[in-house]
Design a binder for this molecule. Structure first.
Ligand code: ZN
Length: 448
């Protein structure tokens, strides 16, 4: 019997988020584990990484059941799908007849799937004593399989979905030289680094304001199958201390399924405008503002902010709005202007290419173009301007003066507080264990 037969399987179960009470239960488990670990010596490294396997499916999946194979004594024969394969070709390779193809295609529900086989998928067949097809597994990927089992003269279809085991992990880092290096040495993937930057993109200017001594902690999910990591899940909670000020963000799923990050008071981390309209990881180091604008240095005040980045770096809309202008001029090169409501306009100059057209509505963080050096620019960079009622303002300081972010609706507040309770407990236990962020204990209140 193959090992996969022995593994826990779940039938046609597609669960998204596990119920909140299970998360809380798991939270208690983590807290206990962490408290138990307090006796361990503390970490002194710049970046720490703790693996904390927690199976959140402990009791969430009690509806699962095993499907007994029809003919347990018959071995399964597995066939990899090659490009250009169809069911007939695959069946020929394992000496199954054309009538087997006919049987399964015409006598089973969902057999349409079998007409579209994709390279990378697998089929597994079970043959009876008479050499006829008894059962077929269409293995779409490591998580999804469709099982066809012969019963009298038709095939019964079962969808089998394996749920990845969800574990939780923490990563912390203290910034000594660069944000990116600290994140990497904390073992964060590129995606997690970007996700963290995304979460805090409205409150922290990762390009200009990150300093040595800043620190962060991420509490996130990892998906495993058979003890092999499939990938990272979402960040559940994140904390970033920037120049002495601590921001904490908790992931929350609204009843309508939408997801947001909020501080402990339910104030959204998402602001009307990004602190920087491009990813900090792409900004060139050692950037000197004066070096870039020899053309206007003496003749014209510099009314925007320059981000030196390599050609092709994506440029984001700083906020929701509508493209009021998209064009080319000798001075600006390729440029985009975006109008946000009646008061605000953001401008993006010297783009290598534009990605949006005049009149088009845009969402925050939508790519509107790519960094270039068109127009009066000596090297690739983004020139970014921020106007309030037609007046140029400093993009780095104006944002504090803009309207407050949205809060969790009052009718959701109770559910939200209950949800973050467990997360707060887990973070606090983690900090206790690692003696981290002494000055920034959660009870000390994070600011936003
Ligand atoms: Zn400039």
């Amino acid at each position: 019997m193959r090992t996969e037969e022995k593994q826990r399987r779940q039938i046609s179960q597609t669960t998204g988020e596990y119920p909140r009470k299970h998360l809380l239960v798991a939270g208690a488990v983590v807290a206990v584990v962490l408290l138990g670990a307090l006796l361990l010596p503390g970490h002194t490294a710049e970046a720490t990484r703790v693996s904390m396997p927690v199976d959140l499916n402990l009791d969430a999946k009690n509806t699962s059941s095993d499907v007994p194979p029809k003919n347990p004594e018959q071995p399964w024969q597995e066939i990899a799908i090659r490009s250009g394969d169809n069911l007939s070709k695959v069946f020929q390779r394992v000496s199954l007849s054309a009538s087997d193809v006919y049987d399964i295609v015409s006598n089973s529900k969902d057999s349409k799937q079998l007409l579209k086989l994709h390279p990378g998928e697998k089929l597994a067949v079970q043959v009876n004593d008479a050499g006829r097809l008894q059962a077929l597994k269409h293995i779409h990927n490591r998580l999804e399989t469709t099982l066809y089992q012969r019963e009298d003269n038709k095939f019964i279809t079962t969808h089998i979905r394996r749920e990845p085991e969800i574990r939780q992990n923490y990563s912390s880092g203290i910034i000594t030289s660069s944000m990116y290096r600290a994140a990497q040495s904390a073992g964060l993937s590129q995606n997690l680094i970007m996700e963290m930057a995304n979460i805090f993109g409205g409150v922290i200017d990762f390009v200009y304001d990150v300093r040595a001594g800043d620190q962060f902690t991420l509490f996130y999910q990892e998906n495993f199958l058979d003890d092999k990591k499939l990938g990272n899940g979402p960040i559940l909670a994140a904390q970033f201390t920037n120049r002495g000020e601590t921001y904490t963000a908790y992931r929350y799923i609204h009843p309508d399924g939408s997801i947001g990050y909020y501080n402990k008071d339910g104030l959204s981390m998402r602001k009307a405008f990004l602190r920087a309209p491009l990813d900090f990881t792409r900004i060139s180091s050692g950037f000197n503002l004066k070096r870039l604008h020899p053309v206007f240095k003496t003749t014209k005040p510099h009314r925007g902010i320059d981000y030196a980045a390599s050609r092709g770096t994506p440029v984001y809309a700083a906020g929701d709005g509508r493209v009021s202008k998209a064009g080319y001029s000798k001075a600006n090169g390729n440029y985009i202007f975006i109008k946000h409501g009646s008061k605000y306009v953001t401008k993006y100059l010297h783009l290598h290419k534009r990605a949006v057209r005049q009149g088009q509505p845009v969402k925050q963080r939508q790519i509107i173009g790519w960094v270039g050096s068109t127009g009066y620019a000596t090297g690739p960079h983004l020139h970014y301007e921020f106007l309030v009622n037609g007046v140029h303002r400093n993009p780095r300081t104006i944002l504090q003066k803009l309207p407050k972010a949205e809060s969790i609706a009052s009718h959701e507040k109770e559910a939200f507080l209950e949800h973050i309770d467990g997360l707060q407990m887990q973070l606090a236990a983690y900090y206790n264990h690692h003696n981290l962020a002494k000055a920034n204990q959660l009870s000390g209140g994070s600011t936003l």
